[in-house]
Ligand binder design. Structure first.
Ligand code: BGC
Length: 547
């Protein structure tokens, strides 16, 4: 039976609350601000808002360092503000997905304070503690994603604790059932409060090898050789443990207690990411959907063809949630589209046409480029540490520009925690409303069309082996086929349509390609979307691949 759950084929909109809308003039966005701007999100035609962390936190990692899982950070609001946000979202027909951070907490979390207090405390083994190696150094060769060893010395306990990210983010010991149970209870707290989905942060980091064995070197040095030491190890012991599958089962059990609540996992970009997405979401004992970070680096024909065939290998198994950008990545407009509006529009169409659900990041709908910050304006500890090969993330986190002619583009009445880039002001949401060629209007048009096409929302995907610079696939659902062909070049290209018995282009997508005489003419960085029926010989082949 076809899956008709809301999340299946849904589009999520990631809100980074600190940078969305400030209502109290402290320069930091808050939950009331998000609620006030939900109309904008609903107007895009997306299905859900995914809220990055708003929990109580020392904010050293801007909310991913949680010190109380059941409280709203006072700078961002209150539980009552959260409830009002959920109510408003639901009134607008939007679902609400929130983050769950299970791999680590803040070092200011009472669990960690108890754990570090002494070796015999109640929560002594709620975190990963280890004695020094011979000679006094860290227990093994594991590395932090953000640079340096993954171990931090704690003089009180006279031991190291594991931390995969910042020093202040000790790793929880999820081999301990009491820890898992405590986290499951926090999930219940929010699901009971009415959220529609839980997004599990960094699921590849949930478990570690309890014997703390060293990681081997990566089999193939990444090319070009990465300045990031982390990329030069094979992460077979510090992360991606097979036991994680059972944990995902616990997570699924938690969600299953609340009809309509979905689970979304964030998989790391370590090798085999798309395979893990398929494995973790392939049956009813895993997550509903998962996504891999950085599945694509740009409009590179070879990389894209590889990605399509890799995702086709898993066929109908699992349910990915695609995203190109987020609060940890340089903005899509700069990193992937080289600042070119047409390329960014093409990337939007590609992202929203893939088989799976989709997550877009605030500001992508405005085509915001990566912000350039002065050294004195940086706030992300990762960027401030200046580790070679590890970029800071502030440039993707600057505030949303709402009104081109307002102070701080309408984000705050005060001094924003990150600057409002001059280039973003011109791209403010209100300035794009009236421009028929704006990115905002392109997103609205494409999303409205996608909603009406079950083949795009939920259909199977079959890649077409097209020649460079074309990439194409067929999305099919219940005998309806939508053809999607993307021109990755700056030249006009003619595509053959000889394989199709009937072709009806879909200009409602916002992409107009002229189709006649057995072919279509596709503009530079343009696309062809068409409803098609298959020629006879294909139908048989197709029946096999769609079975
Ligand atoms: C979040 C990052 C954060 C890291 C450590 C990641 O998955 O997306 O923003 O820095 O977890 O907390």
């Amino acid at each position: 039976m076809a899956n008709t759950e809301w999340w299946h084929g849904a589009v999520l909109y990631e809100v980074y609350p600190r940078s969305f809308q400030d209502t109290d003039g402290d320069g930091v966005g808050d939950l009331r601000g998000v609620a006030a701007r939900l109309d904008h999100i609903a107007s895009l035609g997306v299905d859900a808002v995914w809220l990055a962390p708003f929990f109580a936190s020392p904010q050293k990692d801007f909310g991913y360092d949680v010190s109380d899982h059941r409280e709203v950070d006072p700078r961002l609001g209150t539980l009552a503000d959260f409830d009002a946000l959920v109510e408003r979202a639901h009134a607008l027909g939007l679902k609400v997905v929130i983050d769950q951070i299970w791999s680590h907490t803040s070092d200011a979390h009472p669990w960690f304070e108890d754990s570090r207090s002494c070796r015999s405390s109640a929560r002594s083994d709620w975190y990963v503690w280890a004695d020094p190696a011979e000679g006094g150094g860290p227990p093994n060769n594991w590395l932090s994603v953000f640079g340096g060893p993954a171990w931090t010395w704690d003089a009180g306990r006279g031991q190291f604790y594991l931390r995969r990210f910042l020093d202040c983010e000790p790793a929880l010991n999820l081999h301990n059932p009491a820890v898992v149970e405590a986290l499951v209870q926090t999930g219940h707290f929010w699901a009971y409060r009415g959220v529609d989905g839980l997004r599990f942060n960094a699921i590849d980091f949930l478990l570690h090898d309890p014997l703390l064995r060293d990681n081997p070197d990566a089999a193939h040095a990444p090319a070009p050789v990465s300045a990031k030491a982390f990329a030069r190890q094979a992460h077979v012991n510090d992360m991606m443990q097979s036991g994680a599958r059972n944990l995902l089962g616990r997570i699924r059990g938690l969600a299953d207690a609340y009809p309509g609540v979905c689970t979304l996992g964030e998989v790391s970009s370590q090798p085999g990411a798309l395979g893990r997405v398929a494995r973790y979401t392939g049956d009813d004992a895993g997550l509903h959907m998962a996504y891999a970070l950085r599945p694509l680096r740009g409009l590179d024909w070879h990389a894209l063809s590889r990605m399509l065939s890799e995702s086709a290998v898993s066929g109908e198994r699992g349910w990915p949630c695609w995203s190109f950008g987020g609060h940890d990545e340089a903005r899509v407009m700069t990193r992937m589209a080289d600042g070119c509006h047409a390329k960014a529009r093409l990337l939007m169409a590609l992202l929203l046409s893939m088989r799976g659900s989709v997550s877009i990041y605030q500001g992508e709908e405005l085509g915001l480029p990566q912000a350039e910050l002065e050294p004195g304006e940086l706030r992300d500890p990762v960027g401030l540490a200046g580790v070679p090969g590890i970029a800071g993330r502030d440039g993707a986190r600057t505030p949303m520009p709402w009104r081109a002619d307002a102070a701080q583009a309408g984000f705050t009445d005060g001094a924003p925690w990150l600057p409002m880039p001059a280039a973003h002001r011109a791209l403010a949401a209100d300035a794009q409303e009236s421009d028929p060629d704006s990115m905002l209007r392109a997103y609205r048009a494409f999303l409205a069309w996608r909603r009406r096409e079950p083949a795009l929302r939920r259909g199977a995907l079959r890649p077409l082996g097209l020649q460079e610079p074309l990439i194409g696939f067929l999305r099919s659902d219940g005998g309806e086929h939508v053809l999607a062909v993307f021109n990755l070049s700056g030249e006009t290209v003619r595509a053959s349509l000889a394989d199709f018995a009937w072709v009806s282009p879909c200009p409602e997508s916002g992409f107009a390609a002229e189709a006649s005489g057995g072919g279509a003419t596709i503009a530079p960085y343009g696309a062809l979307f068409a409803r098609v029926s298959l020629a006879q010989e294909w139908q048989e082949e197709a029946a096999l691949s769609f079975a």
